[in-house]
Design a protein around this ligand. Sequence first.
Ligand SMILES: [Zn+2]
Ligand SMILES: [Zn+2]
Length: 206
Amino acid sequence: MKPFDLSRVCDPDCQRYDLSRPFVFREWRYASDGRIAVRVPAPGEADTPNDPAHPGKRPYPLIAVDVFGPVDFSRCDAALPVVDRWVACTWCYGTGRDQKECPTCSGAEVGCDTCFDRGEVAIDGSTCPKCLGKKRTTADRRIDGRLFAGWLLGIVYSVPGVRYERVPMAAAIGAAFRLQPLVFVGDGGLQGLLMPLDPNRGRAGG
Ligand SMILES: [Zn+2]
Ligand SMILES: [Zn+2]
């Protein structure tokens, strides 16, 4: 199995921080889109400097300190629940191809014959980074009481050798409103965190 591709969880539209590409900080390589964060060991590699293409933004070393710092990954020994329900990939609309903002309506999603009100159109020849071209992903689902977005879970499921920290049901429900993340590991020393859907906002928090 190929190693996990960190570029799948980057965010080209990042506002405050440059999350448009993976970056190295203190010998870990990180990637995040604000909802899912992954890191792999990068021994001996120098910290990533600012990208001149994103002036005023910076790589997000706070992920290392604030987000990953307090997490104990040593209890990730459980297999993820079997996927029991699949849906068309919500990133690529089941096309299997990566999407970009519709050039006709600029994502307005109203009365557009180019994107059929999707607000996005497929990028020719490109594979969907979320479902890897499989055109489907797991439905939104609860794991130990926390609700996770299906397309983000699909990324976690695709991590080679993935194991997660099973949380007692009562503890997970009790912490639901503090957005207790899914804590997972994978082959090659990979560590990851997935934020649950915010029950108050109806989308992935972060
Ligand atoms: Zn459109
Ligand atoms: Zn897809």
